[in-house]
Each structure stands twice: as structure tokens, then as C-alpha cells.
Design a protein around this ligand. Structure first.
Ligand SMILES: Nc1ncnc2c1ncn2[C@@H]1O[C@H](COP(=O)(O)OP(=O)(O)OP(=O)(O)O)[C@@H](O)[C@H]1O
Ligand SMILES: [Mg+2]
Length: 309
């Protein structure tokens, strides 16, 4: 459903030019939750902004459901890290959630109903008449997630969405995301600094190199669903995937295939015919032209892997 094809983004020109993302290609299947990790400043947000249509790639293409992305697509939602700057303090929680729906054809009553329903999904029914500044950080980030859900997005992009909350709240929000995904099947791309989070929430982890960001590896996360903060993280396979991602983020060589196969004991050879998580390079199909228009974005304020670059 999402194809990123040879995407490159350069900031500035001439001697001051900075290559932020270099030739990134990958696909995300419908309903998949893919996480993106990489060192700070490697271009994760740049990549996400290009996918969201908020920024034009210098070269390459983003294709969503067969349409070339040239502006923010229909029913695409973005959740940013900084909830304090993404919610309007002078609007109630209900109004904040309903705000992006004003771009749709829906009448006010229907918009408010959609907002109430999204707030109920994140456990914030009672907070609807309150103002964002009357809520805790975790609650405010739930409001931001509710606002994204209210649009019934086909693609949800999240940039460090849980980076500003405490550890316990972060785990709760990760579980909320997994629950929403299970219930609604929303295709999701989650950028995170947190390697545990990338493995715990992801069906697949894309690892970027340090700047310029290139795709270093794609790792399939073959952990059982539904995931659980305690029992999933106790699995040997979880710790090995986490170590693998950590090595890649730090630019260290991957563990030898033989060692990985042994260590991943819970994955039998049939489940892991190749060294874990191997993903072949993304093909580069020719996208059809034409781009959708309406947006739901917030108002602007198999185990193993093969290195790919
Ligand atoms: N508007 C801009 N003009 C010039 N350079 C920029 C601009 N925005 C980002 N950059 C540079 O591009 C690179 C990638 O930035 P980006 O914000 O995408 O990284 P990131 O991986 O999201 O970082 P972090 O993990 O810290 O959020 C960085 O070197 C950054 O300094
Ligand atoms: Mg960033």
C-alpha cells in the first residue's frame, strides 16, 4: 500500500547542501506496523515528512495506494512527539480531536460524534470537555492519538510519539497503539529512538545508518501476537532481536548467522530458513500518476536481517 522508491532528500544547496536521506526504498503492506530506528539526526523525521507529503523529496517517489504523493494525502494522519505544541490550548479536547474533520464533508454533529468515539477508544471519554493543559502529558498524547484515529486514517505516521512521557505511560501508549492496530488494522509507520519499542511494537524494523540516512537493514519481528510488556520481553527471541537492532543502529556488524540461528532457539529452522529477518531489496515499481488531496493530519504547528548498504 505504501511504496517508498529511491527517496533522496537534500537540504540547502551548493557548499551548504546536506544530504539527509539517501536513496531509501521500502514498502509497507496494508495493515502492517513498521518501525524505523536510526541514530539521532540520521533523517528519520525527514523521511516521515516526505512520506506525509509535508516535504518534497529531492528525488525519488512516495506512492500510497497507487497514487503518487505530491501533497498530504487523503486520510493520512500524523502524530508528533511534542503534544504540547500539537494541541491547541484554547480548544477543548473534543474540539481538538474534531478539528481536522472540518476539512471533510461531515456535519458538526457527526464530527463531534467521531471525536467522542475516538476519545472513547483511547479511554478519555470524560476528558472531552476539558482543555489540553488540564491533562497530564500521557493524556495529552492520547488526545493526539485520538485525533489521528478520528480521521479513520488509512496510513498513520508517528514520529517519536511517546518520547515525551514517562516509562510507564510509554508502555501503556505502546499497548494502546497495538490495540488500535489490532482493532482497526491501520497501516502504521512508527519512528522511534527506542530499540525495545521498535521490536515490541513492530512487525518489521527498518534500521537507518547514521547521516546520511540509508537503509541499513530490514528485520522481520516474528514474535507472537498479541504482545505483552512482560511476557514478550522475557522471550529469548525478543532479547536477540533487540541486540541485533542495537548492533545495527550502532553501526556494528551483525552477529554471525550461525550464532543467530542458535541464539534464536525459539525459532526453528523451518521458521527461519535464512539467517534471521532477511528481506530482499525493495523492487522499484513504476508508480501511476495522480495524487489525492484531503488530509487528516493535525493542523500544522522473518527473523534475521541482511545489511542493505
Ligand atoms: N530544515 C532543515 N534545514 C537544513 N538541515 C536540516 C533541516 N531539517 C533537518 N536537517 C538536517 O537533516 C538531518 C536529518 O534531520 P532529521 O530531523 O530528519 O533527523 P532525525 O533522524 O529525525 O533526528 P532525531 O533522531 O534527532 O529526531 C540532520 O542532520 C538535520 O540537521
Ligand atoms: Mg526526528
Amino acid at each position: 500500500m505504501l511504496k517508498v522508491i529511491d527517496l533522496t532528500r537534500v537540504y540547502g544547496q551548493g557548499a551548504a547542501a546536506h544530504l539527509a536521506i539517501d536513496n531509501a526504498s521500502f514498502t509497507v503492506a496494508e495493515g502492517e506496523l513498521v518501525t524505523i530506528v536510526g541514530p539521532s539526526g540520521c533523517g528519520k523525521s525527514t523521511l516521515l515528512r516526505c512520506i506525509a507529503g509535508l516535504m518534497t523529496p529531492t528525488s525519488g517517489q512516495v506512492v500510497l495506494n497507487g497514487n503518487l504523493v505530491t501533497q498530504v494525502p487523503d486520510r493520512l494522519a500524523v502524530v508528533f512527539q511534542d503534544y504540547s505544541r500539537s494541541l491547541f490550548p484554547w480548544l477543548t479536547v473534543r474540539e481538538n480531536v474534531a478539528l481536522p474533520l472540518r476539512r471533510t464533508q461531515r456535519k458538526r454533529h457527526a464530527r463531534n460524534q467521531a471525536a467522542e468515539s475516538a476519545l472513547a477508544a483511547v479511554g478519555l471519554t470524560d476528558a472531552a470537555p476539558r482543555y489540553p493543559w488540564q491533562l497530564s502529558g500521557g493524556m495529552q498524547q492520547r488526545v493526539a492519538i485520538a485525533r489521528a484515529l478520528a480521521c479513520e486514517p488509512v496510513l498513520l505516521l508517528m514520529d517519536e510519539p511517546f518520547g515525551s512521557v514517562d516509562a510507564q505511560t510509554r508502555e501503556d501508549l505502546e499497548d494502546l497503539l497495538l490495540l488500535m492496530r489490532a482493532e482497526r488494522g491501520i497501516t502504521t509507520l512508527l519512528v522511534t529512538h527506542d530499540i525495545d519499542e521498535s521490536v515490541y511494537t513492530g512487525d518489521r524494523v527498518i534500521v537507518l545508518t547514521s547521516t546520511p540516512g540509508r537503509i541499513r537493514a530490514e528485520i522481520t519481528v516474528d514474535l507472537p501476537q498479541p504482545r505483552d510488556q512482560i511476557s514478550t520481553k522475557e522471550l529469548r527471541a525478543f532479547s536477540h532481536l533487540r541486540a541485533e537492532v542495537s548492533r545495527l543502529v550502532r553501526g556494528q556488524p551483525a552477529a554471525p548467522a550461525s550464532q543467530r540461528a542458535d541464539e534464536h532457539g525459539s525459532f526453528g529452522p523451518s521458521a527461519r530458513p535464512e539467517p534471521s529477518g532477511i528481506v530482499s531489496p525493495t523492487p522499484t515499481p513504476t508508480p501511476p500518476s495522480g495524487a489525492p488531496s484531503r488530509t487528516c493530519s493535525p493542523p500544522s504547528p522473518r527473523p534475521g536481517q541482511r545489511p542493505r548498504a
